[in-house]
Design a binder for this molecule. Sequence first.
Ligand SMILES: [Zn+2]
Length: 226
Amino acid sequence: MFTETITHAGGTSTGNASAPHVLVVLRRAVHRGCTLDFTTSGGASITWTARRLIGDNVQAMSRSITFAPHLPVAQALTDATCDDLLLIDSSRDARYDPVRRVLTNGFWRIPPAATARLRARGLVEVDDDQRVRRSLTARIGYFARGHRTRTTEPAGWQYAADRGLLTAGLNKPGRRAGMTYSAGSVALCTCGFARHAGDRAEARRHVTGHRHEVAADFARSLVAEP
Ligand SMILES: [Zn+2]
């Protein structure tokens, strides 16, 4: 279950949403080219600009829908848990064995304690035939975990020699004599994405662009699944 928050012309409204409902909304958002983002807790946000004709003027208003999971998965997604989820995802025939209380496909077996944890944290879903698959929050959380972004602090004023520069730096008397200024910042993502920028604002734009790009790809793969 998710808490759905919708921002519309009259303010915001909230309610509960099931995973299938989230997928329906995401499918629509993908087709309409909305801006998407996903969180490590397993949530999603959809934003777009609504244009309304008021008199002779077109007014642009930002709109959004966010889904926050009732059971956030960020803390639960440890390396070991992610390995277990990959096992489950890689097997078409993963099942829950109610007698041994394990998840298994015959070749591998996730021990009872880990199995209980995966179920209690809402990371897997077991259907009536005991078939197991990763939950929507687990898939979203796993994706977001692979794309944690940041920008580096600009170096600012530094002594030219400290930066390995041959310039003598600022040739003025005072505190900054012999120093050079660097506003440069790097946009980084845990997936390996890195982009150098002239300043931090530009680096943040690179981060945003990267997030939107990978989130759109991920959303397309989510809604394409049967
Ligand atoms: Zn990334």
